[in-house]
Ligand binder design. Structure first.
Ligand code: 2AL
Length: 243
């Protein structure tokens, strides 16, 4: 199968790193296509970034569709424009936060989310509520490590991340840890070796869910909420969506 993994921010280094993580975990006959939007923020750390990045990400969903993707992964922890992507796609579209919460809820009673900036905590809490996992989350903890600092992480920042995971386990009773940024996917093995609970990387979780959905012939339902976008004129920079 062909899995399109979209990094909704415009840091190509981050796209390559997440594609490498995806290829490590994918089945031998799963082809990983990595996509980066042509315009938008270098990292996604607030609602403004999410909306701007989300619109550019939809162009990549369209490209993935034209390349024959059997599944699309939205690889940013805010799951930006996930519902819109499902309207556009016929294949399954998986958000990494949604994928990570699903798997975390199966391996422990309560899981923690350990994320980047403090200001992204409400966004994660909103997603936990939206997807119905709030009661299974021991808390969302921030490290205040900027997304772009994860690419070549300093030892002090790594220690901060590990210590925040430990605090979630020891102080909040977390029985599993969800890594709250796609940029943390390369750190999962290192954290696993140092921490006593399951560590869930949303990128790997999404790849495995994509393979499962494909093997089960499950696609996005087009009869209701995720029906194709309504035909109408679009003007200006969005003219290409005219139908
Ligand atoms: C993210 C992420 O996964 N990619 C990005 O640019 N920002 N998440 C986050 N919590 O900051």
């Amino acid at each position: 199968m062909r899995i399109q993994i979209i990094n909704p921010n415009t840091s190509v280094g981050m796209t390559e790193a997440m594609a490498a993580s995806a290829r490590l975990i994918a089945l031998p006959n799963s082809e990983i296509i990595a996509s980066t939007p042509e315009h938008g923020p270098r990292s996604i750390e607030c609602a403004f970034d999410e909306v701007v990045a989300g619109a550019a990400m939809l162009d990549q969903i369209q490209k993935g569709k034209e390349m024959g993707a059997d599944a699309h992964i939205v690889a940013c922890f805010g799951d930006p424009a996930l519902d819109a992507a499902r309207e556009l796609a016929d294949a399954p579209v998986i958000g990494i936060a949604e994928a990570a919460f699903k798997l975390a809820s199966m391996v422990g009673h309560k899981f923690a989310v350990v994320t980047t900036l403090s200001r992204t905590v409400p966004a994660s809490e909103h997603l936990l509520h939206k997807y119905g996992y709030k009661h299974l989350c021991s808390g969302v903890r921030a490290t205040d490590i900027p997304v772009l600092a994860l690419e070549h992480i300093e030892p002090s920042a790594y220690n901060l991340l590990r210590d925040e995971c430990l605090a979630a386990i020891n102080e909040d009773g977390a029985e599993a840890i969800v890594l709250g940024c796609a940029g943390m996917s390369a750190l999962v093995e290192r954290l696993r070796a140092e921490l006593p609970v399951p560590i869930i990387d949303g990128v790997a979780a999404a790849v495995k869910l994509a393979e499962s959905l494909h093997q089960l012939s499950l696609k996005t339902a087009k009869t209701g909420q995720y029906g194709a976008p309504v035909n109408k004129p679009f003007i200006g920079r969005y003219e290409h969506w005219n139908r």
